[in-house]
Design a protein around this ligand. Structure first.
Ligand code: PLP
Length: 410
């Protein structure tokens, strides 16, 4: 499929699910288990031969199936499986693809939890991971071994906002007959990794997709074959590890998904505004919509034309102390919350070096350019973004960011 023929927002708009009594929302299946009129149908369902029948909600429930269908449409994959959290999606994928004695090539700048799983947990089962600079394709290829099973990356990495060239990585994966797994949490709608060549696309639904910060959730989007493998009652990692999403939650996330396109537009518009203004003021801003963003051309080439550059940006405030004071001042001014996570209606900010990336050892943080002064911001849906900008500028003035001593830290 050509890159932008698939329109993720139209796919969401075009969903048509009827409720049991003709409701405009699908009915919620508030049951853990399902009855059968005939014992044989139960047996057939166990063996995966009874289309449309439900057996037990850890495998699939109607509500989870609706949400999974919607997300598969959004990501242009054949199928999907929802999970209780982003990590509940990521860990079964890793364990389904890699067995004892296998090897993984992963981007070194990924979410701290994923990093910790690959670095500290999977080695217990003799699964080894090489962490590489995902923007250096020669290094990625050099790390591939005969026992490598897949390449793992985030489209836009947490927290450094490095962009993975999915088309090039997909070519590399195909050449070596391995899979490409992409976490697209930071950039729903903006990128469609499966259209660009990824084999498996993962999201933490906790972030932009649900957008309400009231639940955790995750999804795996891929081929029907891979999703069925994950749900296989004998050896499927999702089925056997059991990170199942609750039906009430999936019904709620489906409702929030419908407003994702308008929310992403507003996140992007606001982040672009703040990034441009703050950069002009002399703050070191990293945002994909700025000309100074090192991979701007690649981002433009890969992105869908309609959703801007997303809601995530980083500011380098030079020292950890400056970053801390800045964030506390922003919270005092009600610009947003000093909190981890992202994709909320309010701006969220944290210093990932000591927070969401604290699983990454300090020397490795330094090597990848993650300094203590780095503030990660998930820009909110603010109606008056000029007012927000003025408050941010006030906070920078208050902490002495523009003073001659601070300037000399450059
Ligand atoms: N992937 C990315 C890029 C994330 O930022 C996070 C959480 O911050 C996760 C995965 C994990 O998701 P969850 O917290 O829903 O388990």
């Amino acid at each position: 499929m050509s890159k932008h023929k698939h329109h993720p927002a139209k796919e969401i708009q075009n969903l048509q699910f009827f409720g049991e009594f003709g409701g405009v929302n699908p009915s919620i299946s508030d049951s853990a288990t399902y009855t059968f009129l005939k014992a044989k149908t139960m047996l057939d369902t166990f063996e995966g031969n009874a289309e449309g029948c439900y057996l037990y909600s850890r495998h699939t429930s109607p509500s989870n199936h609706y949400l999974a269908t919607a997300l598969a449409k959004m990501e242009n994959t054949e199928a999907a499986n929802v999970a209780a959290s982003g990590m509940g999606a990521i860990t079964p994928v890793i364990l389904q693809l890699a067995n004892s004695g296998d090897h993984i090539v992963s981007s070194r700048t990924i979410y701290g939890g994923t990093y910790a799983f690959l670095k500290n947990w999977t080695p217990k089962f003799n699964i080894d991971t090489s962490f590489v600079d995902i923007t250096d394709l020669d290094k990625v290829e050099a790390a591939i071994r005969p026992n490598t099973k897949f390449i793992y990356a985030e489209t836009l990495s947490n927290p450094l906002l490095e962009l993975a060239d999915i088309e090039a990585l997909s070519r590399l994966a195909k050449k070596h007959n391995i899979k490409l797994v992409i976490d697209n949490t930071f950039t729903p709608l903006i990128f469609s990794p499966a259209v660009l060549g990824a084999d498996i696309v993962i999201h933490s639904l906790t972030k932009f997709i649900n957008g309400a910060n009231d639940t955790v959730g995750g999804v795996i989007c891929s081929t029907t074959e891979f999703i069925n493998d994950l749900k296989n009652v004998n050896d499927g990692s999702s089925m056997l590890l059991g990170p199942v999403m609750d039906s009430l939650r999936s019904a709620q996330i489906l409702k929030n998904l419908r407003t994702l396109p308008v929310r992403m537009l507003q996140h992007s518009k606001n982040a672009q505004y703040l990034a441009e203004r703050l950069e002009k003021d002399g703050v070191k801003v990293k945002y994909p919509g700025l000309e100074s963003y090192p991979q701007k051309a690649l981002f433009d080439q890969m992105k869908h034309p309609d959703f801007g550059y997303g809601g995530m940006m980083t500011l380098d405030l030079k020292t950890g102390e400056m970053a801390t004071k800045f964030m506390e001042s922003l919270q005092d001014k009600n610009v947003g919350y000093l909190a981890v996570s992202l994709g909320f209606y309010k701006t969220l900010f944290n210093a990932p070096g000591k927070g969401t990336s604290s699983e990454v050892p300090e020397e490795e943080q330094a090597e990848m350019g993650l300094s203590d002064g780095l503030v990660r911001m998930s820009v909110g849906l603010d109606f008056d973004i000029e007012d927000t900008y003025q408050k941010m500028k006030e906070a920078l003035n208050e902490i002495g960011f523009f003073s001659p001593e601070t300037k000399s830290l450059n």
